[in-house]
Design a protein around this ligand. Structure first.
Ligand SMILES: [Zn+2]
Ligand SMILES: [Zn+2]
Length: 312
C-alpha cells in the first residue's frame, strides 16, 4: 500500500509540521523548508534541525519531502537570475540534508525568452553544479512534471528524461509525478485504457524505478488545459477512477503519495477527507495506518492554527 500524506505548513517552526501531519493522518509528508515566495531565509540552526529530526522519528512519518521555492528558475536565460537560482537550489538541498529529508522536489524551469533546448541544458548544468558541491548528500532531487503553463518545461515526460540523461550523476535524480500537471499537460489517464497507455509512457520514457513520489491532485480545468490549478480528489476533471487505478497499482506499492490540494482557512482544508478517500480507493478501510490515524476533523480553527502554507 502506498504511503499517503499531504503538504503541511511549517508556520511557527519546521518541527510543527509533524503535529499537523499526524492530526490529518499523514504516513508521508511534504514541507517547504523556507518561505517559498522569498529568496532569502535565515540559516537553519543546529537546534532546529535536531528538534525536527526528533519529531520526525517520534511521528513515524516517512518518507519526508521538501518542495523548492517558486522563485527558482534553473533554466533562465538571464544569468543573474540563473546564478541566484543555482545558489538557492544549493541552499534548499543543504537545508533538506540538515533536516534529514529524503527528497527535494523541484520544478525544472522555464525557457522565458530562450529556446527549450537551451533551457533543458541549463537545468542539467545547474543540477551538475549543485551535485558537485553536495557530494555525499543522502537527500535526492526529484524532478516534477509540470502543467506546461507559459514557457515552463517539464510538461512532456521526455523533458525530464533529457535532463536526467544530460547530468553527470543521474543516479542522484528521481522523478515526482503530479497527477494534476500530467492531466493538464494532456496525458489522459481517466479510465483503465488511458491509464495503461500513460503508464506505458512513464515506463518507456522514464522507467518506473525513477518514480520516487506522486503528488495526488485533481485538476480544476480540463484535459490539456496547460494551467496548474489543483482540486480535491474526485472533484475535478480527473475524477475518482484515475486515483483508484494509481493507488491500487502494485508498481507503486511503496511509493509516497502526497496531496497538494487547497487548504482553506484552517490550514488543513479537506486533507482528512481526501486521505480517507484515497485509502478507501486503495482498499484500505480502517485508515490511518502507520501514522496513528487520528481521523477526526481537527477541532475548528484554534486561534494559533496555521494559515496558508499550501503547496503546489
Ligand atoms: Zn501544481
Ligand atoms: Zn506538485
Amino acid at each position: 500500500m502506498p504511503r499517503f500524506g499531504a503538504h503541511m505548513s511549517v508556520a511557527g517552526g519546521v518541527e510543527l509540521a509533524f503535529e499537523r501531519g499526524k492530526r490529518v493522518g499523514c504516513e508521508a509528508m511534504q514541507i517547504f523548508t523556507k518561505n517559498a515566495n522569498q529568496w532569502n531565509a535565515r540559516p537553519l540552526d543546529a537546534g532546529v534541525a535536531e528538534r525536527f529530526r526528533k519529531a520526525a522519528r517520534d511521528s513515524g512519518i516517512r518518507p519526508l519531502l521538501a518542495h523548492d521555492s517558486y522563485l527558482i528558475n534553473l533554466g533562465s536565460p538571464r544569468s543573474p537570475l540563473l546564478r541566484r537560482s543555482r545558489a538557492a537550489l544549493e541552499d534548499e538541498l543543504q537545508r533538506a540534508e540538515a533536516l534529514g529529508l529524503d527528497y527535494l522536489v523541484i520544478h525544472p524551469g522555464a525557457a522565458v525568452g530562450g529556446s527549450k533546448d537551451d533551457c533543458l541544458r541549463r537545468i542539467a548544468e545547474c543540477i551538475d553544479d549543485v551535485h558537485g558541491r553536495t557530494s555525499g548528500f543522502r537527500v535526492r532531487i526529484l524532478l516534477e512534471n509540470t502543467a506546461g503553463q507559459g514557457t515552463v518545461v517539464g510538461h512532456r515526460l521526455e523533458h525530464l528524461a533529457r535532463i536526467i540523461d544530460a547530468v553527470d550523476e543521474p543516479g542522484r535524480l528521481g522523478v515526482c509525478i503530479d497527477t494534476c500537471h500530467l492531466f493538464a499537460a494532456g496525458y489522459d489517464f481517466r479510465d483503465a485504457k488511458g491509464y495503461a497507455a500513460t503508464m506505458k509512457e512513464i515506463g518507456r520514457v522514464l522507467g518506473f524505478r525513477r518514480v520516487k513520489a506522486f503528488h495526488l491532485n485533481d485538476c480544476k480545468k480540463d484535459l490539456g488545459c496547460r494551467v496548474d490549478r489543483h482540486e480535491h480528489i474526485g472533484r475535478g476533471f480527473i475524477g475518482q477512477e484515475a486515483f483508484r487505478l494509481i493507488v491500487s497499482d502494485s508498481r507503486f506499492r511503496a511509493t509516497p503519495m502526497i496531496l497538494e490540494t487547497p487548504k482553506g482557512d484552517d490550514g488543513f482544508g479537506m486533507d482528512i477527507e481526501n486521505l480517507t478517500l484515497l485509502r478507501r480507493l486503495a482498499g484500505r478501510t480502517s485508515g490511518g495506518g502507520g501514522a496513528g490515524g487520528l481521523l477526526q476533523r481537527p477541532s475548528a480553527a484554534r486561534r494559533d492554527d496555521p494559515r496558508g502554507g499550501g503547496g503546489t
